[in-house]
Design a protein around this ligand. Structure first.
Ligand code: PLP
Ligand code: COI
Length: 339
């Protein structure tokens, strides 16, 4: 891909060569199909269009110094997609089929995996939708699973440069016993109004509080939250946040570095005590937070006083990236090499 400026990539859609698709009909999944069309043809009465039967995933493939392509923890994405299916009554895709589809779509689009030096990656976007003509509110008779890929740079404009987030108590992305723990499109639709308010005021994201009591930290629009205080890595436990695979990995790496991991409800006021804070996720990687503005109470909490990423975020970021790009050994079996 000689005409792509790899190191300048943002987080957007770029057409690649192929996508893969698979249909669930008559109670079983069919064969994986390869397509070069960006278009899908579906019935206007499909449940995904009316009743939100849609889930998606996000993972990345990285090209190492050795030229090999590595995918990070795809079994975890496969399992989370199954949990999304259970949450909105869709068919569950077997983990092996998910992994086979990832391998295939990455291999077919090999020329779009950015070079090592660029620091960019190939974003892999699996999705599942309910199909079939239906008007009553009930699960679809058929499903379509597909994956497209697109080369990406950082999700947040600053990349690893700290940015500000805000709290807006009038908005929730998910209900207390709702769909926050699964990755369904409706959660993201619900986050658009608050997200746009935040962006228009110069914030990178909204930091949501728990929807029931508004007392505890939940997560950001597209990423989990963690704070560092002294020797502790502190991250919210909540019934309305997505179990982030990046966060889970960072908790392991933090422990390996000798930090104590605290996964528990985190009262909002605790942000005043953090030495560092960040968003974390596949797209965000680690996006340090410089300041948290409580727009309801008109209060500001400055976290990165010098405007730079803190030392623990810095260490975690480099460690995670080193594993993903194959610069350091994969001691946990997180990496699948695409051959
Ligand atoms: N939280 C939300 C709401 C997300 O959309 C994402 C992105 O997938 C994450 C957290 C991070 O999850 P992961 O690290 O598995 O990408
Ligand atoms: C991801 O990190 O993969 C996401 O899905 C976040 C976002 C682009 C919705």
């Amino acid at each position: 891909m000689e005409n792509l400026n790899w190191s300048e990539l943002g987080f957007g859609y770029i057409k690649t060569d192929y996508n893969v698709r698979c249909y669930y009909r008559d109670g079983k999944w069919g064969e994986l199909e390869v397509s070069s069309s960006e278009i899908i043809n579906i019935h206007m009465a499909a449940t995904c269009l009316h009743y939100g039967q849609e889930s998606f995933e996000g993972l990345k493939a990285f090209r190492g110094k050795d030229g090999k392509i590595r995918v990070f923890r795809m079994d975890e994405n496969a399992k989370r997609m199954q949990s999304s299916s259970r949450g909105i009554k869709m068919a569950e895709l077997p983990v092996e089929m998910f992994e086979e589809a990832v391998r295939k779509v990455v291999k077919l689009n090999e020329r779009f995996v950015p070079p090592y030096e660029s620091g960019a990656a190939l974003y892999i976007r699996p999705l599942m939708i309910g199909l079939g003509a239906q008007v009553g509110v009930k699960p679809a008779p058929e499903y379509m699973f597909m994956i497209f890929v697109t080369p990406v740079g950082p999700y947040f404009k600053g990349g690893f440069q700290p940015s500000k987030v805000c709290v807006l108590r009038e908005y929730d992305r998910a209900a207390p016993n709702g769909t926050g723990t699964i990755k369904v499109g409706g959660n993201y639709a619900a986050s658009l109004v608050a997200g746009e308010i935040a962006h228009s005021k110069g914030y990178a994201a909204v930091l949501y509080l728990d929807p029931k009591e508004k007392k505890y930290l939940d997560e950001c629009g597209p990423a989990n939250f963690f704070g560092i205080r002294g020797n502790s890595y502190i991250t919210p436990q909540s019934h309305s946040i997505l179990p982030s695979i990046t966060n889970k990995s960072l908790q392991q790496l933090a422990e390996d570095m000798g930090l104590t991991v605290e996964r528990r409800p985190v009262p909002f006021e605790e942000i005043a005590t953090f030495d560092e804070a960040a968003e974390c996720g596949t797209a965000a990687v680690i996006a340090p937070i410089s300041q948290i503005d409580d727009l309801d109470e008109n209060k500001s909490f400055v976290i990165a006083k010098d405007g730079k990423p803190g030392p623990v975020c810095e260490k975690l970021y480099h460690k995670l990236r080193a594993i993903q790009y194959g610069d350091e050994p994969d001691t946990y079996g997180w990496i699948s090499i695409i051959e």
